[in-house]
Ligand binder design. Structure first.
Ligand code: 13P
Ligand code: SF4
Length: 332
């Protein structure tokens, strides 16, 4: 079949109609075997995508899987920086992202040129960047971290080490608080996590006094102050499994509740309300661009593929490897 590559350029994905008689889930499973492909999915994907994935996890677990997989193809059900990280770690593999438009507002909040200037203004600082960054920012970074290892990686550094933390000011503020550091913060944020309303969460808590509030550290400080537990997606999920409580208000992207409900069918999970009551703000519009149809076409036609300039890839690999080494050393 002739593929219209213009679709890739204009839409970011292959908009090829799929025969309605096809069982998409079974076909994806069959192609996966035939092509020796692995599907990695982030917790913020829709439930149907999480259920078909070989590995579902947080950013750290997905990077660890991407580094060690024996597959020939990695189909990444997540956003662009995640697939890019997989490509940086596994350059010999074909890395596919179902929709190239699946970006990240947080990664976009740190443009390379401005960041290079920021670094110049802070000489003698070590650069720690959250994994939610472009390959170019990673190539200017000393150590990458995720929300599940940021505290430990920073605690591992000498107390007098000057640090730039980028790009998430909310995570950076939180880490400054729990480590007692004064890292210089880049002024970036995630549009999903900044949208939660502390007032509306407190109203919800009043109606559900038995509910525990869970928050991702990408949320703003007022939300973190009222949270009973703060952590990465996997940390929030584990908390729900190990907690004796039965009801939770969840201040992070809605996709994580799929795993929470699967692991705790008897417990209740309520999405934290956003400031704007009319929007579906708990959904990351980038994460939710992926669909089973796009995964099917991506695997079938092996497009869209993530490619990187080798010079950038090699430089970006160094701080990610450092993160993986430190995480392994610390047993994370
Ligand atoms: P984690 O899954 O590592 O907690 O990251 C959350 C996130 O925002 C990914 O985009
Ligand atoms: Fe980026 Fe926020 Fe979406 Fe995560 S939830 S991918 S940080 S925009």
């Amino acid at each position: 079949m002739q593929i219209d590559l213009n679709d890739l350029k204009t839409k970011g994905f292959l908009d090829i109609p799929i025969d309605s008689n096809i069982n998409i889930v079974e076909e994806i499973k069959r192609m996966k075997k035939e092509k020796n492909a692995v599907i990695l999915a982030h917790f913020y994907q829709t439930g149907d995508i999480q259920d078909i994935a070989d590995f579902v996890g947080d950013s750290l677990k997905l990077a660890q899987e991407a580094a060690k997989t024996n597959a020939d193809i990695i189909l990444f059900a997540g956003v662009h920086f995640m697939a890019e990280t997989a490509k940086i770690l596994s350059p010999g593999k074909k890395v596919l992202l179902p929709d190239l438009e699946a970006g990240c507002s947080l990664a976009d909040s740190a443009p390379a040129e401005a960041f290079a200037e920021f670094k110049k203004q802070h000489p003698n600082h070590l650069v720690i960047s959250y994994v939610n960054t472009t390959a170019e920012i990673k190539s200017m970074t000393d150590i990458i971290c995720t929300s599940s290892n940021a505290k430990e990686i920073i605690d591992d550094l000498p107390k007098d080490q000057k640090i730039i933390f980028a790009p998430d000011k909310n995570l950076g503020n939180y880490i400054n608080g729990v480590t007692g550091r004064s890292m210089v913060l880049w002024d970036g944020a995630c549009h999903v996590h900044e949208e939660f309303s502390v007032e509306r969460i407190l109203e919800l808590k009043e109606q559900n006094p038995d509910a525990k509030i869970l928050a991702h550290p990408e949320c703003e400080r007022p939300v973190l102050i009222i949270a009973d537990h703060i952590g990465s997606t996997s940390s929030l999920l584990n908390y729900t499994k190990n907690s004796k409580f039965d009801k939770f208000i969840v201040a992070t992207e809605s996709g994580i509740m799929h795993q929470m409900r699967k692991a705790n069918p008897q417990k209740t999970f309520i999405g934290a309300p956003p400031k704007d009551s009319t929007c579906a703000c708990n959904d990351c519009n980038f994460m939710k661009l992926n669909s089973l149809q796009k995964l099917y076409n991506a695997l079938k036609y092996e497009l869209p593929e993530i490619t990187l300039e080798e010079e950038i890839r090699v430089k970006a690999e160094v701080p990610i490897r450092r993160m993986l080494e430190i995480s392994a050393k610390l047993g994370l």
